[in-house]
Ligand binder design. Structure first.
Ligand SMILES: [Zn+2]
Length: 635
């Protein structure tokens, strides 16, 4: 039987409009869930919404609908975003689900019967807005430490969960299980808090006259339960009715609760104490991630800098957004989001490193082997070991949610393969028939290496991984239950046909769009000034062969070319789309300005320029009189 993996996000407060913070937590959980499914584990991935509390009732009243109708509408904001971000949660729990309410009441009764919950008269400072009491130490000048509104002194009877008695056991558990709270800094914070403060008992009831939209206490109908008590129990209640077997002994305890650092105390103190009192096992790991600032500022509605994940993914694509969130910042630390940083990541890592690797490799396979994967007479051991070894490294990194380190490991393979092209120079091997065997090894290794990359990146960038894998193998990837069998070097079949792939990251479009410039006509056409031979010698002209050509999206004149210039294959963008069709350019011999500064045209990098001559509406590429190998110098 495969092992099982149970991962959760917090249940999100239903009145919130989902933003980058919600997306971050949920994407992280999705990557872990996909990774564990891929290695064959039985996965249960839970997210949902927290739907009780006075503010939910007030919002419903404002909209003149019942609280249930209100939450029915609001929870779809989250469901829509998860669909847009390719989130593969197995269930979506709502705290207004009847089964959840039943479980919470059952647990409350159990604790009451075993003497873990007692009634006391309580006098304290209460914040109506946050629906909670604060201790005298916590109140700041008569105001709530959370929202700065004035607190009221309230004296009333309430029910208390005797949390204080679990303080020592909790400290012991955290000390014995070093991975229980991650990262280390959060663990130390919680331990510091527990060791320096006597843990109080937790008030878990609210009189109905003050708060009516909640779960009634089973043993006293004048009260509902405190929202946190209700909310935390979702992780357990879901296993009783949302898993396919409804088998809580199989699914409990959870392997991983991912939470934001603001709710680490409720998860690492309240929740384990509740579980201890219920005599249930504790979760394996509580991971508290950091927060995103936006362009260096705290995200807030009043500043108006809240990042809407829908907008980001519409502009840059889901995969690029998911990739950015996980690569940019170590999971657990705070990070800064900016569109410029996202574009930089996209250009450097995805378009340049990865996109060029795939484009160059497929173009060469098409040129030298008609797109058919050759039979390799040999194996490059170093490459094989690197590619296969990443599997174990990913497992270790993802065990502790080190997403950025996992991606670093995959990028070692990307960089290795890019260097592999440069050092093996397939275009040189192709010219010499005695190197045919070596060329077959090199080209097979490139495509096989790219196949490994597609599998490794799949949990992070599911659309990209799936597309690339199925393009290479003609088999689907996401349906694979156990991918380990596919992570053996040499699995790629010789003879498979791999065509060039159009637009690897097609949704890319930038706001800082460079004007559509035309590289061929940009050169000043006439100048009366004479130049010296030294001036002319500064321009390095080479013969190039066009390996592939495709129109730049949304441009009617730009064509993206990959050009073999002898020593390398370059991407050149040329403004010749009104005069040539992309298809008819492939195979043409052209003259390339080889030492032109790289430029970006409609967001696409261009390394060089192809020469053309024009008169009126006619434009023709300049080409040598007769056949010359790519790289020949023009002077
Ligand atoms: Zn408050």
């Amino acid at each position: 039987m495969p092992d099982r993996f149970y991962i959760t996000t917090p249940i999100y407060y239903v009145n919130d409009i989902p933003h980058i913070g919600h997306a971050y937590t949920t994407v992280a959980a999705d990557i872990a869930a996909r990774f564990h499914r891929m290695r064959g584990a039985d996965v249960f991935f839970l997210t949902g919404t927290d739907e009780h509390g006075q503010k939910v009732l007030q919002a419903a009243e404002l909209r003149c609908v019942s609280p249930k109708d209100h939450t029915d509408t609001m929870c779809t904001n989250f469901k829509k975003l998860w669909a847009a971000l390719d989130i593969t949660n197995n269930a979506f729990i709502r705290t207004t689900d009847k089964e959840h309410i039943d479980t919470v009441r059952e647990m409350l009764q159990k604790l009451y019967d075993s003497g873990e919950i007692v009634k006391r008269t309580y006098e304290g400072s209460y914040c109506t807005h946050d629906e909670r009491f604060w201790t005298d130490k916590e109140v700041i000048d008569g105001n709530c430490p959370e929202c700065s509104r004035p607190v009221e002194t309230i004296k009333e009877d309430n029910y208390f969960f005797l949390m204080s008695k679990y303080q020592d056991r909790l400290i012991e558990h955290i000390n014995k299980n070093s991975g229980f709270i991650r990262p280390e800094t959060r663990k130390n914070e919680v331990l510091g808090f527990l060791k320096s403060n006597p843990l109080g008992d937790l008030c878990i009831s609210r009189p109905k006259k003050r708060l009516s939209w909640g779960i009634p206490l089973p043993f006293d109908d004048n009260y509902v339960t405190y929202v946190w008590f209700d909310a935390l129990l979702n992780y357990y209640s879901a296993t009783c009715y949302l898993t396919k077997e409804c088998n809580q002994t199989y699914w409990w305890p959870a392997d991983c609760h991912i939470v934001g650092k603001d709710i680490v105390t409720t998860h690492a103190v309240y929740w384990p104490s509740m579980l201890m009192a219920l005599k249930l096992p504790l979760p394996e790991m509580i991971f508290a991630h950091g927060w995103w600032t936006i362009d260096g500022k705290k995200m807030s509605k009043s500043v108006g800098n809240v990042v809407d994940p829908h907008k980001v993914t519409e502009t840059y694509g889901v995969d690029a957004f998911r990739y950015f969130l996980m690569r940019e910042v170590t999971f657990g630390l705070d990070g800064d989001y900016s569109e410029a940083a996202l574009i930089k990541r996209f250009d450097t890592d995805l378009a340049n490193d990865l996109g060029n690797l795939v484009n160059r490799s497929f173009a060469m396979l098409s040129k030298y082997f008609d797109g058919k994967v050759p039979e390799p007479p040999d194996i490059d051991i170093e490459l094989k070991e690197l590619a296969e070894g990443i599997s174990e490294r990913l497992k270790e990194h993802l065990k502790v949610l080190s997403f950025s380190k996992a991606l670093d490991a995959v990028w070692e393979l990307v960089s290795f393969l890019n260097k592999y092209i440069d050092s093996n120079k397939p275009w040189v091997l192709a010219k010499d028939s005695s190197s045919a065997q070596r060329l077959a090894v090199v080209m097979y290794s490139l495509v096989e290496g790219i196949r490994f990359i597609s599998v490794y990146l799949y949990p992070f960038m599911p659309k990209f991984g799936e597309r690339l894998y199925s393009h290479i193998t003609c088999e689907p990837l996401s349906t694979e239950r156990n991918i380990n069998a596919k992570l053996k070097w040499g699995t790629l079949k010789s003879g498979s046909v791999v065509t060039t792939i159009e637009q690897l990251f097609p949704k890319m479009e930038r706001k800082d769009k460079v004007d559509e410039k035309d590289t061929t006509t940009e050169v000043p056409e006439k100048t009366d000034e004479l130049i010296s031979i030294e001036d002319f010698a500064k321009v390095k002209l080479k013969v190039g062969k066009i390996l592939s050509a495709e129109p730049v999206p949304k441009s009617n004149k730009l064509i993206k070319l990959s050009v073999d210039t002898g020593s390398e294959i370059r991407q050149v963008v040329a403004g010749i789309g009104k005069h040539y069709k992309a298809d008819e350019l492939i195979g043409k011999t052209v003259i390339v300005v080889a030492n032109l500064k790289p430029a970006k045209l409609m967001g696409v990098e261009s390394h060089g320029m192809v020469l053309a001559a024009s008169e009126g509406d006619v434009l023709k590429l300049v080409t040598p009189d007769g056949d010359l190998p790519a790289g020949s110098v023009v002077k």
